[in-house]
Design a protein around this ligand. Structure first.
Ligand code: EPZ
Length: 420
């Protein structure tokens, strides 16, 4: 079958406004958490993304009743079956790890294969296993899959993470909300998506308090029904803001929340962007000026997000000055750098640190390849601002995290098209 590709003719100056979609990384844990209630739950602002659709398919396979009414989903997990072992679907997304805690609580046993995800480096699950073990689960790990079983009465625990993990924090929350007594989680992740999950769970009857990186959970007997609107996607917002800055253009992102992007907004202002914010919009204008280069260090929230590192790397490639980008979260998140060098970016990588010499221009290249979600979108940004034509293959990753991405880029005036 002929490979599909994207053709981008640059350079483009981004100008326009876009509506921000619901957050992928908030929607995913919230969808899995609905397994803990047996009443109707209505979710609004769920983005139409591949990872969301795989999750809905997985939940339906195990018997969850999911109906779509206009832009809302009505979910009821009262009756689930036992065929929770769905290796093909579990392999597709990292988020499938959040199936485990709810199914363990309901069925007392689950077999899973190690979850999939992007290839941004080793995706261990030792911190999730630590949580299940702490609550007394018996875990049998063999070559291809893991069987986890609860053999005794569950009692509340004190969870102390030795490393900050979004995923494991969510695993611990989902495991403990129906265990009577007080469970406390120390050194938890603090991403806004975790707050959104906690807000949702408290709406349907959970009793969770989060004070900075400590989460106190008072277990309840059961959860009720309710409704929730997913928060805006801060990484989608940040992606488009960075793209506009790199193109020396301007953009209005609406239906978003600037509060979740403090670290990025501070950086973009230092690059020379004029930024105006309102309660549901962020407006950026570069006034056609070349951005200034900036050093970036990725760290857990509220620091600079790893999910915006590839995009900011592209900005630094054409900014004025030299910069250093330190990736502290994932060990292999510079795959876009190899592709950017084909576009004449001046980049060197040493021990998970990227050294970049800003150049006035980068150049289109007809042999660019995507390798994961965020690096692929960063290569589209590079193609937008490069002189000449860029052809990008293996671009399907972007459907995992960017809703209506081609429509949005075209609305911003980008000369981009898909070709078979
Ligand atoms: C979530 O992944 C997000 N995914 C990621 O977004 C995001 O980059 C990441 O958090 C960090 O913010 C979803 O929410 C679906 P972690 P997660 O557990 O939970 C190590 C995107 O592009 N670790 O916070 O998998 C891990 O290797 C995706 O939208 C362990 O060592 O990330 C990493 O170095 C990419 N053992 C660090 O912790 C574990 O058991 C942070 O990972 C788990 C994680």
């Amino acid at each position: 079958m002929k490979k599909k590709k994207i053709i981008i003719n640059g350079p483009n100056i981004i100008s326009g406004d876009i509506n921000i979609s619901g957050s992928k990384n908030s929607a995913l844990p919230i969808l899995f958490s609905t397994l803990l209630s047996s009443e109707n739950i209505k979710i609004k602002n769920l983005p139409n993304l591949k990872d969301i659709n795989v999750t809905i398919e997985l939940l339906k396979k195990i018997g969850v009743n999911i109906k779509k009414e206009n832009n809302n989903y009505i979910i009821n997990s009262k009756y689930i079956n036992n065929n929770t072992y769905q290796p093909k679907l579990i392999n597709k997304i990292r988020a499938s790890i959040w199936l485990v805690s709810p199914i363990l609580i309901r069925n007392k046993k689950i077999k899973i294969n190690k979850p999939g995800g992007c290839n941004i480096g080793e995706r261990p699950i030792n911190l999730h296993i630590y949580v299940w073990k702490k609550f007394g689960s018996k875990i049998n790990i063999n070559k291809n899959n893991i069987t986890i079983e609860i053999k005794k009465k569950l009692t509340p625990q004190i969870i102390k993470f030795n490393k900050i993990s979004v995923g494991a924090t969510i695993t611990a929350i989902l495991f403990s909300i129906l265990i009577i007594g007080i469970t406390t989680i120390y050194n938890s992740a603090q991403e806004p998506e975790i707050d959104d999950l906690i807000n949702f769970l408290n709406k349907i009857g959970a009793k969770i308090k989060k004070i900075k990186n400590k989460i106190i959970i008072e277990g309840v007997k059961k959860l009720n029904g309710g409704k929730h609107t997913i928060i805006p996607d801060r990484i989608e917002t940040g992606t488009y803001l960075i793209a506009a800055a790199a193109s020396r253009g301007k953009i209005l992102c609406y239906n978003t929340n600037h509060f979740f992007l403090k670290s990025l907004i501070k950086k973009l202002k230092k690059c020379g962007a004029i930024i105006k914010i309102g309660n549901d919009f962020i407006n950026l204008d570069m006034k056609n000026k070349r951005p200034k280069s900036l050093n970036i260090i990725t760290n857990p929230y509220p620091y600079f997000p790893t999910d915006l590192q590839p995009q900011f790397t592209v900005l630094n490639c054409i900014s004025n000055g030299n910069s250093i980008i330190k990736e502290n979260i994932f060990i292999n998140r510079f795959s876009h750098a190899i592709e950017l060098k084909k576009m004449k970016a001046d980049i060197i990588i040493k021990n998970n640190t990227l050294y970049c010499k800003g150049k006035k221009k980068i150049y289109g290249n007809k042999n660019i390849n995507g390798t994961d979600l965020r690096s692929t979108i960063s290569l589209i940004i590079a193609g937008c601002i490069a002189e000449g034509t860029t052809i990008l293959r293996n671009y399907n990753y972007i459907y995992r995290g960017y809703e209506n991405v081609f429509k949005k880029f075209k609305k911003l005036g980008i000369n981009i098209k898909k070709k078979i």
